[in-house]
Design a protein around this ligand. Structure first.
Ligand code: ADE
Length: 246
């Protein structure tokens, strides 16, 4: 998979790409990142990438021409790209969308600054406006990193254990059950006995109950979309009326 990132701060991406999953994915050749400085595509001698808003008002707006010129330049440099503008007004990223994005051959991420990007970029130059949540960042760079991290870890061979993206939070439609590791006791805080029992059937049932319980309490909205079995519905009923206490 190929990512092209359009930004006025390419250096923002240097160290995140040098650590952890992103680094591993790059080293394994699972994906490639190219950073494009939008400033290089400005035509005036001051390399202007923003200007005052028509109609007046505070702040500056990112201009369309340098973004257009950059997109034109990179278009032939790989397979047909899926173009995304990061913006707090976009569709909200979730695991399902990450899965869909992980199937693309090439993704272009355009990082806007928070004050705004000329609307014609969203209207004419991209396939999707994407937000990473209901808050305003100072620019799309952090959001682009979030998208890349969440997508790249779904690519085959990037994570150490190929199973892990399947069971984790959201992939099952539920929040994940709690996890513990050694020591068995710390500061007097123990771990649930069942996890030490070696009884895999019991452990699986406990984990499912905990996942259902935690999702019911924290994110009941997820239960509406999650694929639930009859047994899950029984468990939830028990949790609601207090007869089932995992
Ligand atoms: N740019 C500023 N805020 C953003 C957000 N929440 N998501 C994506 N891009 C942004």
């Amino acid at each position: 998979m190929l990512f092209d990132i359009l930004t006025i701060f390419p250096e923002f991406f240097h160290s995140p790409l040098e650590v952890s999953i992103l680094r591993r994915g790059l080293e394994k050749g699972a994906f490639e990142v190219r950073l494009w400085d939008i400033r290089d595509f400005a035509t005036d001698k001051h390399k202007t990438t923003d200007d005052r808003p028509f109609g007046g008002g505070e702040g500056m707006v990112m201009k369309i021409e340098p973004i257009y010129r950059c997109l034109e330049h990179i278009q032939p440099l790989g397979p047909s790209p899926f173009r995304i503008l990061l913006s707090p007004r976009g569709e909200i990223l979730d695991q399902e969308l990450c899965q869909a994005l992980s199937k693309k051959d090439r993704i272009v991420l355009i990082c806007g600054r928070y004050e705004g990007v000329d609307e014609r970029v969203a209207q004419h130059l991209v396939d999707l406006e994407l937000s990473i949540g209901d808050y305003v960042l100072s620019g799309g760079e952090v959001a682009a990193l979030v998208v890349m991290d969440a997508v790249v870890r779904l690519l085959p061979g990037v994570l150490g254990c190929s199973q892990s993206p399947v069971k984790e939070s959201f992939s099952t439609g539920l929040l994940e059950h709690p996890q513990y590791t050694r020591p068995r006791e710390f500061m007097g805080w123990g771990v649930p006995e069942v996890l030490l029992s070696g009884d895999h059937r019991k452990i699986a049932l406990w984990r499912r109950k905990k996942a259902l319980e935690i999702t019911m309490r924290r994110r009941p909205d997820l239960l509406e979309k999650a694929p639930l079995t009859d047994e899950d519905l029984e468990i939830l009923k028990g949790l609601r009326d207090g007869t089932n206490n995992p």
